[in-house]
Design a protein around this ligand. Structure first.
Ligand code: ATP
Ligand code: LTN
Length: 333
């Protein structure tokens, strides 16, 4: 990435499961739009995936698949850097330094750890607990201005800001303080079978999420079976009708139609008609998405990752050198 004077965006996805519509609407589709105004860096964060057990062959395959999702969503590797986290070893190096700045009390506040570890806190990996320090490292290495993520990651970006400020104060001004960017609608797509839970690729049955790899027919069935609320008028009301609000959000984002217009066109019509049409919208979206996804070959993806690494590494090296100098390491060389 040449220095264009534009602000820098950084974000990433873990290669830990099937990507779903929540990932697309909350993250990927937002990234695509940001490419016009920012220098963007999109990472496949494989070291985050191994915080829970992964099958090695699956991890490798999924890493390439995530890149294909980036490309199918519209990320342009000519404009944005796409790379694999483990290819740039400065990520784990800075994570260690940040581990020594982070306090137990910072990490103990992280709700995602509590959700993921559940009752099993003593037996999960230390990596799962410490994961936000690695995420902070990802972001801070690139002097990132803004981090577009879904709502569930906001707390981790806030921690990143805390660690950056603390480091700058304790040593010297090394890191830029990043802002979080979340979309107004779609930052938290909910599970189709339970509107109180976020759509998630792990820890949920397949009925709750539409995988980007689902066939249009599978997706149609999931939409038709999605839970709805009592009543039958198609109105957006997050409190009274959380399931319908979620479906309206999905419809609106995929069809590029404001929710108000959808409410108007379904006035006097029931849920069944609405769901039938939404299923059509989702099917059409997935069919187009699969056509794009299937165009990319593994060889092309590996080349994109190689080029991405070559662009990301010098940026990461510059920051880690500054950070090490600030803490008194490598000062004489
Ligand atoms: P898991 O659900 O297995 O914990 P995840 O989907 O949260 O994983 P990633 O795949 O790394 O984890 O997330 C990629 C991006 O998608 C993140 O920015 C995350 O905030 C966003 N995202 C994940 N789930 C949703 C959702 N239900 N709605 C909106 N955005 C989401
Ligand atoms: N923690 C995120 C993935 C992630 C990320 C990042 C997102 C790792 N490093 C840096 C934005 C910026 C997740 O679980 N979705």
């Amino acid at each position: 990435m040449v220095n264009t004077g534009k602000k820098t965006i950084f974000s990433g996805v873990k290669p830990s499961g099937d990507l779903h519509l929540g990932n697309y609407l909350g993250a990927l589709s937002q990234w695509v739009e940001l490419q016009d105004q920012y220098d963007c860096i999109f990472c496949v964060v494989d070291y985050h995936a191994i915080t829970v057990k992964q099958d090695p062959a699956d991890l490798n395959r999924r890493t390439l698949e995530i890149v294909k999702h980036y490309l199918a969503s519209g990320i342009n590797p000519e404009r944005s850097i796409i790379f694999q986290q483990s290819d740039v070893t400065e990520h784990t190096e800075l994570a260690w330094i940040l581990n020594c700045v982070a306090r137990m009390s910072d990490l103990n506040k992280m709700t995602q750890f509590k959700d993921k570890a559940g009752e099993n806190q003593e037996n999960v990996s230390v990596g799962l607990f410490d994961y936000p320090a690695l995420m902070a490292s990802d972001i801070l290495l690139y002097q990132t201005d803004a981090v577009p993520v879904g709502d569930d990651q906001v707390q981790h970006v806030e921690l990143t800001r805390t660690l950056a400020r603390r480091f700058n104060q304790q040593f010297s001004e090394v890191f830029k303080i990043p802002e979080v960017v979340i979309r107004k609608e779609g930052a938290r797509i909910m599970a189709l079978d339970d509107p109180a839970k976020k759509m998630s690729k792990s820890g949920q049955g397949a009925a709750g999420y539409i995988a980007l790899a689902d066939t249009p027919e599978e997706a149609e069935k999931k939409i038709m079976r999605a839970v709805t609320d009592s009543g039958d008028s198609v109105i957006y009301d997050k409190e009274q009708k959380p399931a319908l609000a979620n479906l309206l959000t999905i419809y609106s984002l995929l069809d590029h139609t404001p929710i108000k217009d959808l409410e108007a066109s379904y006035r006097g019509k029931g849920y069944a008609e609405f769901k039938h049409d939404l299923a059509g919208v989702v099917k059409k979206f997935l069919a187009g998405y699969h056509l794009k996804f299937n165009c990319f070959r593994d060889e092309d993806v590996k080349e994109i990752l190689k080029q991405g690494m070559a662009k990301a590494q010098p940026l990461a090296r510059e920051t880690i050198a500054k950070a090490k100098r600030a803490i008194g390491i490598n000062i004489n060389r």
